[in-house]
Design a protein around this ligand. Structure first.
Ligand SMILES: Nc1nc2c(ncn2[C@@H]2O[C@H](COP(=O)(O)OP(=O)(O)OP(=O)(O)O)[C@@H](O)[C@H]2O)c(=O)[nH]1
Length: 439
């Protein structure tokens, strides 16, 4: 300071301004002589060492750093002063005062006298400890993410609003049967069959339009026509560059869908005959009836029951009875139209719902069923052939018969009338009813 006072005022002002700048740069600035003694340090260096300028100038690094662990520091100094070449490198230092480990990005250059002889060095060090910590953390997170993406049992992908893939994980690449590099940057219709791409785009579009996550089932059909089912969640995202993208997560639920379909099928099917069961018959018939009423069309119901079935069971055994039920179902099945519903509604009782069919046509159909059953021959273990007959009741919807319960009760009443009249016949009217043509 005493030397500063001897300077001309203008020069002194300039020097003070310069020191101010050096103190405020946010970097550690220093100069050293050939013996490694500090000849200049800015305020930041003093703060780091926790010393005054007088305690630092003329002193070596050994007083301020743990040089055992900060060997790079001395090596770099010596290298600059030996070779005269500047260096720019990372330096790992341990500050004595705090015991902290710090990482610096350091630039060191030789200082020369007017004759060009190296007389020391000057350096600028920027503390990058925090940046390195964040970089290491990011690298760790990146590695973790890569491991998860590579091994997670889900298809993960990123698509932009132009239907272009921005990312696919290994599992997605395997599904599309192409390397990931061959998918990224391509539009979905270049990678998938057009109909599949369009179907998947449905949910994508909803994500982009609503700006909200969407989820649901999706289906992919492969080149061999096999369907795979996925549970998909798609989440919208805006990239750093401001592009709209979505991230999709699709888990394969093909097996689950298959089991669900199997269960659904089981819940509507009679296990002995493979026909619709009573529950399915009732729900379908109710839907059909309300639709028929809306369109003011006729619907008919045929109920049929095997004659003297108890005697068949008693004579030939229960398993022959089962065979008879199966054979009867097989005989009836081809006689009903696709839009008709044939169901086993009780032990040896069956129903056929005939939409858009008036009573006379239903009566003809019933007669056809009766004849087909009568023509059946079911082999028994005793080597004989069992013959069956059925009794049938037929009813149609009308103003006084518009609910399933009344339609069913009417057909059932007529079925039992057929039994009373001697079995193996079709009955289309109640005992007291006027003939059909007067109704
Ligand atoms: N083998 C077999 N028999 C069944 C099944 N479900 C019901 N049955 C039998 O079907 C018979 C029905 O007998 P009933 O209701 O008395 O009538 P039916 O002997 O057919 O006499 P009618 O109906 O008056 O001609 C009973 O013996 C039941 O045990 C089945 O799944 N398998």
């Amino acid at each position: 300071m005493s030397n500063d006072a001897a300077l001309p005022t203008a020069l002194l002002h300039e020097l003070l301004a310069l020191r101010n700048v050096l103190d405020e740069t946010g970097a550690y600035i220093f100069c050293k002589d050939l013996q490694g003694r500090y000849t200049y340090v800015n305020q930041l260096v003093l703060d780091l060492f926790g010393r005054s300028r007088e305690q630092v100038l003329g002193h070596e690094d050994s007083e301020f750093f743990d040089l055992e662990r900060s060997s790079q520091l001395r090596e770099h100094d010596q290298q600059v002063m030996r070779t005269g070449e500047p260096i720019e490198q990372e330096e790992l230092n341990y500050v004595r005062e705090t015991g902290e480990q710090r990482i610096y990005w350091t630039v060191k250059k030789p200082v020369r006298d007017p004759e060009g002889h190296i007389v020391g060095l000057c350096g600028i060090s920027t503390d990058i400890t925090e940046r390195k910590r964040i970089e290491a953390q990011l690298a760790e997170q990146h590695q973790l993410l890569q491991t998860v993406l590579a091994h997670v049992d889900a298809h993960i992908y990123m698509k932009d609003d132009q239907r272009r893939f921005q990312y696919v994980n290994a599992k997605t690449a395997a599904l599309f049967q192409r390397p990931a590099a061959d998918i990224i940057g391509r539009r979905d219709i270049e990678v998938l069959k057009a109909e599949t791409a369009d179907a998947l785009w449905d949910m994508d579009r909803q994500v982009f339009e609503s700006g909200r996550p969407q989820s649901g089932e999706e289906t992919i059909i492969d080149a061999e026509g096999r369907s795979s089912h996925y549970w998909t969640v798609k989440v919208p995202l805006k990239t750093e560059a401001g592009h709209r993208v979505l991230i999709g997560f699709s888990s394969d639920i093909t097996e689950l869908v298959r089991l669900r379909e199997q269960l659904r099928q089981q819940s509507v099917t009679d296990s002995l005959t493979g026909l619709a069961n009573r529950r399915h018959f009732v729900t379908t018939a109710e839907t059909e009836l309300s639709r028929t009423q809306r369109h003011q069309r006729r619907i008919s119901l045929v109920l049929l029951d095997i004659d003297q079935f108890k005697a068949i069971n008693d004579r030939h055994g229960h398993s022959v009875g089962d065979d008879a039920l199966r054979a009867l179902a097989e005989a009836l099945r081809p006689l009903v139209r696709r839009e008709d519903l044939l169901a086993r509604v009780g032990g040896e009782e069956f129903a056929v719902l005939l939409p858009d069919t008036p009573l006379d046509a239903a009566a003809l159909k019933a007669e056809q069923l009766r004849a087909a059953v009568q023509a059946l021959r079911i082999p028994t273990p005793q080597g004989s052939q069992l013959q069956l007959s059925i009794s049938l009741g037929v009813a149609q919807t009308g103003p006084s018969c518009d609910a399933l319960t009344t339609l069913y009760a009417t057909a059932d009443r007529r079925l039992y009338r057929a039994k009373h009249l001697g079995r193996n016949q079709v009955c289309v009217e109640d005992a007291s009813e006027p003939p059909a043509e007067f109704r």
